[in-house]
Design a protein. Structure first.
Length: 169
């Protein structure tokens, strides 16, 4: 289903939502269409015509509690690593701790990477130095406005780029 970017009244990105939910917010006059779909698609009913939105903005400000760190979830970690194994570059299906938890490694952004199943099994509870392996990219804490989005697709609509830039945060 098509996703729509939802902005706060201050144009701060909040989340993505389904086209159905976005249209309901617009029709109930709780949100305004900021950017229409680039293909010029239109929704029609017996009495109304509505351009398909790509970005909508709430009319009233919604206070969102500030988070100092982005929560570490499987989905967010996979997105950060672009669903690629940190060791070989193949498609990743699992999460691996660079310093194994059995050896005192923490469950943090800096110690977790996406991994394919073969590499994860080969590595087991060993350190990279023991295997002679190296990480393709050092794991870091993600930052930026798009990481605060709940359920947002990083590869979403290219029309969202101006609203997800660092200056929009």
């Amino acid at each position: 289903m098509r996703q729509v970017l939802l902005l706060n009244a201050t144009y701060e990105p909040l989340t993505t939502l389904s086209l159905h939910r976005a249209v309901i917010l617009v029709l109930r006059e709780k949100a305004d269409v900021v950017h229409r779909d680039g293909r010029g698609a239109v929704l029609r009913s017996a009495t109304r015509t509505l351009d398909v939105p790509s970005v909508i903005r709430l009319r009233r400000y919604v206070r969102i509690p500030y988070r100092t760190r982005i929560p570490l979830t499987r989905a967010a970690l996979m997105r950060r690593d672009n669903f690629r194994c940190a060791y070989c570059g193949q498609r990743a299906e699992t999460i691996d701790h660079v310093i194994p938890r059995s050896r005192g490694g923490p469950h943090t952004w800096e110690n977790c990477v996406a991994s394919c199943t073969p590499c994860n099994h080969r590595k087991a509870d060993r350190l990279l130095e023991e295997l002679g392996w190296a990480l393709r990219v050092a794991p870091v804490v993600p930052h930026g406005a798009h990481w605060r989005l709940i359920g947002a697709q990083l590869d979403g609509d290219p029309q969202w780029a101006p609203y997800l830039s660092e200056t929009a945060a």
